[in-house]
Design a protein around this ligand. Structure first.
Ligand code: ADP
Ligand code: MG
Length: 672
């Protein structure tokens, strides 16, 4: 008996854990999803359709019925309850209730059934006649299968009463932001009082959550920033020489970002900067200048890109820009031999994919790490890179030093999101495109109009232009999906006479590189590709892009893809072919059709998908928000950002205590 009780308790504990409930504070912060009004009883015949009410009736008998399907039917006075999924224990419970003349108090919607008033799987409790009704609203908690509301609620209230809910925020801060007391707020949310206004309590909880997130990122930033880093200086004459050899002048935004970066690099502490800018805004050259500073100061620089295609392209650009100045470049690929690798590692600037973070790669005097399209890397890869970087500073003046870090991202992050999720980075933004870009015209066409599209491609190619044809998947996976392989076969026939080639992620690296080179050198006219070309590919002569089954791509992805064209002097066209539009697909495609502004698109994307999906698990790293909503609670976000900045200096102990309360043992993962 004892053992059974213990194992049931353990099972319950496991279920709580599934809900993320471990520490007593977890329970305190397990806040209701909503409240139900069980303060008044309604007679079954008075219930209004569509509105949940509390009814009470004497239990007459309970039975299992099999038609139309297996269900527990509880006959009560003037009311039947039906449960399609039920436990045997429930049947017994109702049978006992009928024997003892007890009542069922059920909350839910009452409907007119064949034999009178009915409720389907209501929330219920067995009560004695005359048991008082609750005086206030009933909180309904997020729950998981097998944990009843009553059990959960009882446990939460127990923890609430036992917990130390002392305010972590100094009085002055609370007054300044007009915040309710913490203890009173959670108390009210769990035990609502009749007529009490709960918005101030929610506001306090959301503020605390945002503040904890801000503070934890700032602490992480400071911890990293407190370490030593090599001082990297770029000789002015060398920079001048570099810039004057370029076929273009830097945009104002590029110059500003460059100066911000060069200023950071001169500090004896590691830079942790994000360089963000829409596709085509010219981030690469800024990164190259940072690398030049590293080299000029006698250290090594590493540039990591998420795909071979992209790192191959960087190699071309960097060699064009840096080799004339005598900078030795190295290129690391997966599967390289040991000898080749160690030769490469002698170079001053090393470019590669995550081959750069493999175990046997040993940098020496690593002064700067650049991560391109950083959101493409998983949290783990970023951690590996950080570890590798920290271990790769042998030969530097201070062996404990860590390299500077420059992250780059073309995913425009809406302001509120970047304030919250990138609080552990300094941010430079390229908000200006290089001159001479032509806007890309976007067309939305049903895939029934494919013949017109083919004619269009022929026309463009006849004029010496090139085209991308983008498909969503590589191989046939589910029935009916168009695939790159199949599309390629079909297009080769449909576009006979044109040089059509295929590029996808599962091709061997060398083949990929060769194909891309072929496209770049105009030997290929139509490149059928998967989203491998999404990041970074830069072929200015390609002015036409067709995206097949466009409805199946994410908005950010479509924007990135479209960013591959409109890079040359010619007017470019992006044709979005769509099949069947379901859900909000039409709305999403409309966003792409109407806007060319990456930030605007990102904002809409965020609205349509929410921050979790928007950032993706890979990108977020930092824990997502449970209570605050970045859009709806914009003002609170601003307030929390401001408060965090003040508190961390004015009262670091309070700041620490606040983070500990909110994040507790939860792992702190931040971006760098
Ligand atoms: P992204 O920010 O998407 O990484 P890139 O660095 O690939 O953009 O730059 C896109 C293209 O613009 C490249 O061909 C690059 O050489 C060119 N470019 C960069 N800066 C300028 C500039 N200031 N003026 C003209 N072209 C530029
Ligand atoms: Mg790029």
């Amino acid at each position: 008996m004892k053992a059974a009780v213990a194992s049931r308790a353990a099972a319950l504990e496991r279920k709580f854990q599934k809900l993320g409930l471990r520490s007593s504070f977890d329970f305190v912060l397990h806040l209701p999803l909503r409240y139900e009004d069980e303060t008044v009883l309604t007679a079954p015949q008075d219930a209004i359709a569509g509105k949940a009410v509390l009814v009470e009736a004497r239990v007459l008998r309970a039975e299992v019925a099999y038609r139309p399907r297996r269900q527990l039917v509880v006959h009560a006075e003037g009311l039947a309850l039906r449960f399609f999924n039920f436990y045997q224990s429930q049947l017994k419970q109702f049978q006992r209730a009928s024997e003892e003349g007890l009542l069922v108090r059920a909350f839910g919607e009452v409907r007119a059934g064949w034999f009178g008033a009915e409720m389907a799987h209501p929330r219920y409790r067995i009560v004695r006649a005359g048991e008082p009704l609750p005086a206030s609203l009933t909180p309904i908690y997020p729950a998981t299968a097998g944990v009843g509301q009553a059990v959960l609620r009882a446990r939460i209230l127990e923890e609430l009463d036992a917990a130390d809910l002392q305010d972590t925020l100094p009085e002055a801060l609370r007054r300044k932001h007009e915040l309710a007391a913490f203890a009173g707020s959670v108390e009210l949310l769990h035990r609502p009082r009749p007529g009490a206004e709960m918005s101030a309590a929610w506001r306090r909880v959301k503020f605390d959550e945002l503040l904890a997130q801000q503070l934890s990122m700032r602490f992480a930033y400071r911890r990293r920033r407190s370490r030593a880093a090599p001082v990297l200086k770029l000789n002015g004459a060398l920079l001048k020489r570099f810039l004057s050899a370029l076929p273009f002048a830097l945009t104002r935004a590029q110059t500003r970002a460059m100066n911000e970066i060069l200023r950071d690099l001169r500090e004896p502490h590691p830079m942790q900067r994000l360089l963000q800018g829409d596709v085509g805004s010219g981030k690469t050259i800024v990164a190259a200048i940072a690398c030049l500073a590293a080299v000029d100061s006698g250290t090594q620089a590493a540039v990591m890109a998420p795909t071979e295609i992209l790192s191959e392209q960087h190699r071309r650009k960097f060699s064009e820009w840096l080799e004339p100045l005598g900078v030795r470049l190295g290129y690391l690929r997966g599967g390289m031999g040991k000898k080749e690798k160690s030769e490469m590692l002698e170079a001053r600037v090393l470019i590669g994919t995550h081959a750069l973070i493999q175990e046997d790669v040993e940098f020496s005097r690593l002064g700067l790490v650049v991560v391109d399209e950083q959101h493409r890397f998983g949290v783990e890869q970023r951690l590996a890179l950080r570890k590798k970087a920290a271990a790769s500073t042998r030969g530097l003046a201070s062996p404990a030093a860590v390299p500077h870090q420059l992250m780059m991202s073309a995913t425009p992050i809406p302001r509120t999101l970047s304030m919250t999720y990138f609080a552990d980075l300094d941010v430079s933004t390229l908000d200006e495109m290089p001159p001479g870009r032509r806007a890309v015209t976007t067309k939305l066409l049903s895939d029934k109009r494919r013949p017109e599209v083919l004619a269009r491609i022929r026309e463009a190619c006849a004029e010496g232009q090139q085209a991308y044809w983008v498909c969503p998947v590589i191989e046939e996976s589910k029935a009916g999906l168009s695939t790159a392989l199949k599309t390629y076969e079909v297009l080769k026939k449909e576009l006979s006479g044109l040089r059509v080639e295929l590029l996808h992620g599962r091709m061997p690296a060398a083949e990929k590189a060769a194909t891309l080179r072929g496209f770049l050198q105009h030997r290929i006219q139509v490149l059928v590709a998967t989203t491998v070309i999404e990041v970074g590919v830069d072929v200015p002569n390609a002015s036409l892009m067709v995206i097949e089954s466009a409805e199946r791509f994410g908005l950010a992805q479509l924007h990135q893809l479209r960013g591959r064209i409109g890079r040359g002097a010619r007017a470019s066209v992006c044709i979005l072919l769509y099949g069947e539009l379901q859900g909000n697909a039409r709305e999403r495609l409309k966003v792409i059709f109407e806007s060319a502004d990456g930030f605007e698109i990102a904002r809409k994307d965020l609205e349509l998908r929410g921050p979790g999906e928007f950032l993706g698990e890979r990108q977020s790293g930092a824990p997502l928000l449970r209570f605050a909503d970045l859009e709806r609670d914009k003002d609170l976000v601003e307030a929390a950002v401001q408060a965090a900045a003040g508190l961390i200096d004015a009262d670091p102990r309070a700041a620490r205590a606040h983070v500990e309360r909110w994040l507790g043992s939860r792992q702190e993962l931040t971006h760098a």
